[in-house]
Design a binder for this molecule. Structure first.
Ligand code: FAD
Length: 441
């Protein structure tokens, strides 16, 4: 369903009670969480004593405020506020690197929890989901391989049955947070000869299992040396119990899609917070910096830059909120997959354009490592790849839009004016024989 249904009733209202929670979160993130970004290493590194001292007390305050794990419904220990409220909260969290961990909704754990909730047995949920939701452990998602990312038919990591166990062999690339993780969700080939989307199965692999080996932790460009967290992982005869299969054998692709639907929108929600911060910085700079005897804010070029930026952010924000409202309305990611694809496509461009303008406006300071702006330009490329390359979504969206249209009959399109006029004349001449066309009057 591409276009909203006629008269579709989308509700962005959050109510006074939740609005008060948002005001609390805004203040709390500014005063308690953003400063953490300046002193803490990776917020998922549970072994870091600084984290152990600083993060849990803040997490307790978030729980008391009723804002812990807001992406989850009540059956999983979250408040289940829905995607619109989650979106508005995520706009606040997007300002801070550590905020998602403090609020219990960090990727990839949030998506992995959705998978375990949906496909895990009672035992999986007791062993893995419950401690994950309580942030006693963290997890990783192992899908991409060195030779294949976008196309799952290129994946080669095999899982083969051996008695009542599975044995995994192969390599995975960019498994974020594997170095901190207690378990990995691994997509492995179990049915090599099946059709495209039935070749893979999803497994829970405890990272302490012999044969789970991190070859190296890869850093994004611009990260400090030694701080990489995207792991290149080897699975060398990794034996796991048969019961660690998640969902159906050959159904791994369907399982993986569950985590990606919501995750893509959540990244977008947080990015709205990021680009709004960039706009604030642009305005502050324009109102403070003088050149040619006047403020930058008084030059038309800068005013146009600010206007374009504001408009691009607000258009994107509405697209994200509309998508969130449609998820709330239909409770079905598949039904709103065109909206989710659109959000995913728009996301890197908005972050790139806004961050690039902010860099430009700040001159040499903008490009330096004394502001986060150049880093955000790079982040736009990460956002265009994480959870699936943007180009794939662009093609999918194009196909979905085309599927809702038909070819015209005859030589000329249905909007061709001579055709419309001939049809109009044919329609009315029986009633009014001397009818004139508009431009013959
Ligand atoms: C910050 C970050 C975190 C990540 N975390 C994880 C993680 O935790 N777990 C995990 O498994 N993976 C993770 N990834 C990997 C991510 O899922 C892949 O980057 C993504 O799926 C694309 O795969 P690729 O990088 O191999 O690019 P490729 O598949 O090689 O694609 C590169 C480019 O080729 C073009 N292209 C590819 N296929 C097509 C096509 N069919 N038609 C047209 N053009 C095409 C596109 O322009 C695309 O951008 C992460 C990536 C990033 C950047």
């Amino acid at each position: 369903m591409i276009a909203p249904e006629q008269g579709e009733d989308l509700d962005f209202a959050v109510g006074e009670e939740f609005a008060a929670k948002l005001r609390w979160a805004d203040e709390f993130v500014s005063t308690e969480v953003e400063p953490l970004d300046q002193v803490l290493g990776h917020p998922c590194d549970l072994a870091d004593p600084r984290r152990a001292a600083l993060v849990p007390p803040l997490q307790r305050q978030v729980r008391e405020a009723g804002l812990w794990a807001c992406h989850l419904g009540p059956e999983l220990g979250g408040p289940g506020y829905g995607q619109v409220r989650l979106g508005l909260l995520n706009e606040i969290l997007g300002r801070s690197r550590c905020a998602p961990v403090v609020f219990g909704c960090q990727a990839p754990d949030s998506g992995n929890a959705e998978i375990l909730a949906r496909f895990g047995t009672a035992e999986h949920q007791r062993r893995y989901l419950r401690p994950l939701l309580d942030n006693e452990i963290v997890s990783c998602f192992s899908m991409t391989e060195p030779q294949g990312g976008s196309d799952p038919t290129e994946f080669t990591l095999r899982a083969e049955p051996d008695g009542d166990e599975w044995v995994l062999n192969g390599e995975k690339w960019f498994s974020s947070n594997a170095a901190f993780a207690a378990f990995a969700l691994v997509l492995a080939v179990t049915e090599p000869d099946a059709r495209r989307h039935r070749r893979l199965s999803m497994f829970i692999v405890p990272t302490a299992t012999p044969g789970f080996e991190i070859i190296r932790n890869v850093a994004n460009y611009g990260d400090l040396p030694g701080t990489g967290t995207h792991s290149y992982v080897r699975y060398d005869n990794v034996r796991i119990p048969g019961a660690n299969l998640l969902g159906e054998r050959g159904g791994g692709f369907v399982v993986a899609q569950v985590r990606l639907g919501g995750g893509r929108v959540h990244h977008a929600m947080r990015s709205v917070g990021l680009v709004r911060r960039a706009l604030d910085m642009m305005c502050e700079r324009a109102l403070s910096r003088r050149s040619g005897g006047r403020l930058l804010a008084d030059t038309q070029l800068v005013q146009a830059m600010i206007a374009d930026t504001w408009l691009q952010i607000e258009q994107f924000r509405l697209l994200v909120l509309r998508t969130a409202a449609r998820i709330d309305r239909y409770q079905d990611y598949n039904r709103v997959r065109t909206d989710i694809a659109a959000v995913k496509i728009a996301l890197p461009t908005v972050v790139h354009d806004v961050a690039a303008r902010a860099v430009q406006l700040h001159g040499s300071l903008g490009i330096s490592d004394e502001l986060p702006l150049a880093r955000w330009v790079l982040d736009s490329f990460y956002l265009g790849l994480a959870d699936g390359a943007t180009d794939i979504h662009r093609m999918n969206l194009g196909r979905l839009v085309l599927r809702e249209h038909e070819a015209h009959d005859g030589l000329f399109p249905t909007g061709h004016l001579p055709r419309l006029r001939a049809e109009a004349l044919a329609k009315y001449t029986a009633e009014v024989p001397d009818l004139l066309l508009v431009d013959e009057r």
